[in-house]
Design a binder for this molecule. Structure first.
Ligand code: AMP
Length: 326
């Protein structure tokens, strides 16, 4: 299964002296973990090659994993192989200089609406791109080298993108690959402390969220994180965005939405659901994503209200036609 795609990618990596890795804008644990993990594996395996990870924006959340490489001028990219991981569409690639690379590889687990690049390896059913990097290592473990740092980066991507191995996309393979990484010495205590300890002001914000969230007739929970709220609780954009997860376990509410005001006046929408498919709603509002985790953008109160109404209708329909939900 997909062995030929992986083999082609390894062969291409061997052909190049300079390889530059890219990921998506507003990176999450998976985007950072998968790219740093692959960079480490390739550096260990091919010390004579130049392997870089060059992007234009960073994540506070997983900053503890360490730095990436410095920006370079256009000339630097000309003879390089580019590898883009965890990024469904080219407009979401963090570093626009990716287009200057001589050849490009796409490795991703999102729906393949835009199959870009000279070589592609996309597995939509994988729980994370990091899982694919773990699988890539395992497939060629006779040739590739790995260490505890690389294992930690990749495990971080897997644990964060799978909601601590709880999401539907988690398979036996996910856990076997995570087990392989744990055996390489990942320090779970330190990793979990870095990922899940919270600032006190964040917990106060969480309390505020529970006091202010709204619920529709059919059980869609939603929250609007205004610029004022972001200032009031001194929230970073990432902290404000994380509020979507506070709403995930309310009984009877199978869809939950966080509206986070952007600096430019638009509002980011993070859509999440249990059992119910919601990416078609995100697609209607300038977005897209997975069946149960999508993103969108709205540009007015009317558009926000319309999205909420669509989600409410979707949930009503689901509840009328299905049993066994909570
Ligand atoms: P987010 O809430 O931004 O983390 O988005 C959840 C998922 O939806 C991500 O994994 C993205 O793949 C996808 N997504 C978010 N925003 C967009 C967008 N504007 N277009 C397409 N997919 C998106």
């Amino acid at each position: 299964m997909n062995i030929q795609e992986k083999q082609n990618i390894l062969d291409k990596i061997k052909e190049y002296q300079r390889i530059i890795i890219f990921r998506h804008k507003r990176p999450d644990g998976d985007a950072v973990g998968s790219t740093k993990g692959l960079r480490e594996i390739l550096r260990l395996t091919y010390p004579e090659k130049e392997i870089y990870l060059i992007n234009n924006d960073f994540s506070d959340y997983v900053a503890f994993l360490g730095s990436e490489d410095e920006p370079r001028d256009d000339e630097f990219y000309k003879d390089a192989l580019g590898i883009v991981i965890d990024t469904a569409t080219t407009d979401r690639i963090s570093n626009p200089q990716y287009s200057l690379c001589r050849e490009l590889i796409k490795i991703d687990h999102h729906i393949n609406n835009e199959p870009y690049g000279d070589l592609l390896w996309v597995e939509e059913e994988r729980s994370s791109s990091s899982e694919m990097i773990a699988d890539f290592y395992l497939t060629f473990s006779d040739e590739l080298k790995i260490n505890k740092d690389a294992a930690t980066y990749i495990y971080t991507g897997m644990v964060t993108d799978s909601g601590r191995f709880r999401f539907r996309s988690v398979s036996g393979d996910t856990l076997r690959l995570a087990g392989m990484l744990l055996d390489m010495g990942v320090d779970l205590d330190t990793l979990h402390a870095n990922l899940y300890m919270k600032e006190f002001h964040t917990l106060k914000f969480q309390a505020y969220v529970y006091d202010h969230l709204k619920i529709t007739e059919n059980g869609v929970v939603y929250l609007h994180v205004t610029r004022e709220m972001q200032d009031m609780f001194s929230l970073t954009y990432e902290e404000a965005s994380a509020s979507v997860s506070y709403m995930e376990s309310i009984k009877n509410s199978l869809i939950w939405l966080a509206f986070i005001d952007n600096e430019d006046g638009s509002t980011r929408v993070r859509l999440r659901s249990r059992f119910v498919t919601i990416n078609s709603i995100a697609e209607k509002y300038h977005g897209g994503g997975h069946a149960c985790a999508s993103g969108a953008t709205v540009y007015s109160e009317e558009e926000a209200s319309s999205l909420i109404a669509d989600a409410d209708e979707r949930l009503k329909e689901y509840k009328a036609n299905n049993e066994g939900w909570l």
